[in-house]
Design a protein around this ligand. Sequence first.
Ligand code: GAR
Length: 189
Amino acid sequence: MKRIAIFASGNGSNAQRIAEYFNEISEIEIGLVLTNNSKAGVLKRAERLGLKSVVFNRNDFAENAKVDILLQDHEIDFVVLAGFLWLIPEFLINKYPNKIVNIHPALLPKYGGKGMYGMRVHETVIANGEKQSGISIHYVNNKYDEGQIIFQANFDIEKGETAESLAAKIHELEHEHFPKVLERVINTI
Ligand code: GAR
């Protein structure tokens, strides 16, 4: 059995999709949902799904190692960032080598980096007149959105596309691909 922790800062639709997908797979389970935001929608979703969730702060993440201890106590093998905003501390990256994966709502290496999150990404893609957008799933290193890319899917941006319509298309792609890509990666560890 492999146990996943999901980190999310917001709505949590990807977290939910991942949890539902792995509900059907006996060798992989969600051990814990973690958020830095006590108002995050992901907390309600976790409750509905019967998943244990924890809210943590900056100190818990880096200085007092509460998050690290939680991951150990829940025997977590693999970490998924599903709309998570903070940079992962280097000691955690070293503890989970190639075992932390993030999803980004654009075609990296473009439109990544600090502050490039959610709608801001889509607004910038539209403002720059890009012809395509898509999703990137990548390993996490100590820089925002710069780890090795595992998977990308793209589509053409239509005339009249808005940041909102783009966000909806991106979410659909994420929900379709993220759980399957995670399953493939987790099965290799
Ligand atoms: C997703 O689109 C994800 O790619 C993005 O946040 C959204 C979270 O949606 N992540 C980033 O922008 C990371 N830089 P969700 O809360 O509904 O899963």
